[in-house]
Design a protein around this ligand. Structure first.
Ligand SMILES: Nc1ncnc2c1ncn2[C@@H]1O[C@H](COP(=O)(O)OP(=O)(O)OP(=O)(O)O)[C@@H](O)[C@H]1O
Ligand SMILES: [Mg+2]
Length: 197
């Protein structure tokens, strides 16, 4: 969770609250979460049946974020402009997002990844996931955006992953641990990524 102190001082929240300013005009956190979850789930269901004809550049991640969140947040498709923490973890300084994200995307090379043995493919996938999470380019909605990108990389390399088959808490725990040790996340990916037959 973003601490109340951080969120209250955020330019993205309604004054004196930790509720993110939103296009729905909802000022109740629970209610916003409920609407957001449902609306985004619908968008994820739609985007995941399509094949994006876009190169793997940071623009692609922005596009996914915009698509998923444009009905809810004004910052959809745009990098965050303030620093954020969750639990005890402070994500990358926002000033470095632009540079760091290019570095991460340089590791997404579909032709190279297609040829990798499964074991190495999974290690690379986990690396991309962790690096993007630590960078946390958006103010909100990073997990879902990153998971959709990972799904697309898998698909373009001849694999499928259905994130809804995995318990959300398990994904969360694995990705939090992955900041220090990717073992659990790698195991989770190894179990869940399947070759397209
Ligand atoms: N303490 C933490 N340390 C490192 N990463 C964390 C921590 N807590 C959460 N995360 C990561 O942040 C993601 C959530 O970020 P954010 O809220 O921006 O995305 P989301 O799409 O709304 O959430 P979710 O991934 O739960 O669906 C989690 O999936 C996890 O990867
Ligand atoms: Mg969230």
């Amino acid at each position: 969770m973003i601490t109340m102190y951080d969120a209250i001082n955020s330019k993205y929240t309604y004054k004196g609250t930790d509720v993110l300013k939103n296009k729905l005009g909802i000022k109740d956190e629970e209610l916003l979460k409920e609407y957001e979850t449902r609306m985004v789930a619908f968008k994820i269901a739609t985007i995941s049946t399509q094949t994006l004809k876009m190169d793997y550049t940071p623009e692609r991640l922005k596009f996914i974020h915009k698509y998923l969140f444009e009905d809810i947040f004004y910052f959809a498709g745009e990098y965050r402009q303030e620093n954020i923490t969750k639990g005890n973890f402070r994500f990358s300084e926002f000033e470095y997002i632009e540079d760091n994200i290019k570095q991460i995307f340089s590791k997404i090379n579909i032709e190279e990844m297609k040829k990798m043995p499964f074991k190495d493919f999974i290690i690379r996938l986990s690396y991309i996931m962790t690096e993007l999470n630590v960078l946390h380019p958006f103010r909100e909605g990073n997990g879902r955006t990153i998971r959709e990108l990972i799904r697309e990389i898998c698909f373009d390399c001849g694999y499928v992953i259905d994130w809804y088959e995995i318990n959300h808490d398990d994904i969360l725990k694995a990705s939090i641990k992955a900041v220090f040790d990717e073992t659990e996340q790698i195991k989770m990916l190894r179990r869940s990524v399947k070759k397209i037959v």
